[in-house]
Design a protein around this ligand. Structure first.
Ligand code: NAD
Length: 281
């Protein structure tokens, strides 16, 4: 039976470090959070971020803009925050109203204040192994892998999912550890080759958003399984991997919820601290 790799205790340790560094900084870092419209999910996420920020000695500035805010006005507001020296980081809450293109808008955040690590300049730095501000979910996955204490050098790693802010950056970070990385996606499934790839994985990371996509019986004996997926099934949150069967075969597996999730907000706060320190220089 696999050992459960939970995010909370790791997050707790990292938060302790962040707290200490913030008190040594002598000044509260400031995170500006923008929500457009009144989406309940976005509001709940912002509230939980504020709670974490408060506990760490971070000032959380919440800006709620009207549902009908046009893109130009939002860009103008982002620019205002970009030039405001009292602000160290900027985050845009999701989901945004349908008339706003998140990919386009997020590029207006100054790369130095991009605490979500999603600006093309920050994503590009990953290719060179020089990222300061990593996207939060990939950073969380790397922390979990680090916690296993296992060396990725030369290992067969299979990344299922190739989105810009999750799958692709994770694959690049794994290459930097000299893992042999296969990246699977919808094309792999359509070609009927997903099972074949997954079966090879000594480390399996899944970020798709489809409950039960990865059959437990595909998991290689002794594999490390990191399930990033979040799906709501019959009122319950589950991952992309069939947990019960996978747990019997893996050596280490993350639960959903409770695996990657608790670490992502911690990674956001760690990025804010890094941003504040970089801006001080
Ligand atoms: P996305 O929709 O941008 O990308 C999905 C990826 O899955 C794509 O690469 C696509 O090709 C691939 N895919 C779709 N169907 C497939 C199939 N049948 N077989 C193989 N690959 C398939 O999603 P995302 O933003 O990368 O998020 C992925 C999942 O991770 C979602 O469930 C999301 O909720 C979750 N997520 C969790 C956290 C966290 O903190 N735990 C953070 C971000 C995302």
């Amino acid at each position: 039976m696999a050992k459960l790799l939970e995010g909370k205790p790791i997050a707790q340790k990292i938060k302790e470090g962040i707290k200490q560094e913030i008190s040594a900084l002598g000044k509260k870092p400031v995170l500006a959070s923008i929500q457009v419209g009144g989406d309940a999910g976005a509001e709940a996420y912002a509230k939980s971020q504020k709670k974490t920020a408060d506990a760490l000695g971070i000032e959380y500035q919440f800006h709620k803009l009207a549902q009908d805010t046009i893109e130009d006005k939002l860009v103008g507001f982002i620019n205002q925050l970009n030039v405001d020296e009292s602000i160290n980081g900027i985050i845009i809450q999701m989901p945004l109203p349908a008339h706003i293109d998140y990919k386009k808008i997020s590029q207006f955040i100054s790369p130095e204040k991009d605490v979500e690590g999603i600006h093309p300049a920050n994503i590009g730095k990953i290719v060179f192994g020089k990222a300061d501000l990593l996207p939060c979910t990939p950073a969380a996955v790397m922390e979990l892998l680090n916690e296993t204490g296992m060396d990725l050098y030369g290992k067969e790693v299979v990344m299922v999912g190739h989105s810009e802010i999750v799958g692709k950056p994770i694959a690049l970070l794994l290459l930097d550890k000299f893992a042999t990385v296969s990246v699977c996606h919808i094309g792999t499934s359509k070609a009927g080759k997903l099972e074949e790839h997954v079966k090879k994985a000594e480390f399996l990371i899944v970020a798709v958003g489809k409950a039960g996509l990865i059959k437990g019986e595909w998991v290689r004996e002794g594999a490390v399984v990191i399930d990033v997926g979040i799906n709501r099934v019959e009122g319950k949150i589950v991952g992309d991997v069939e947990f019960e069967e996978a747990e019997k075969r893996a050596s280490i597996i993350t639960p959903v919820p409770g695996g990657v999730g608790p670490l992502t907000v911690t990674m956001l706060m760690r990025n804010l601290l890094k941003a504040a320190k970089l801006q001080q220089k």
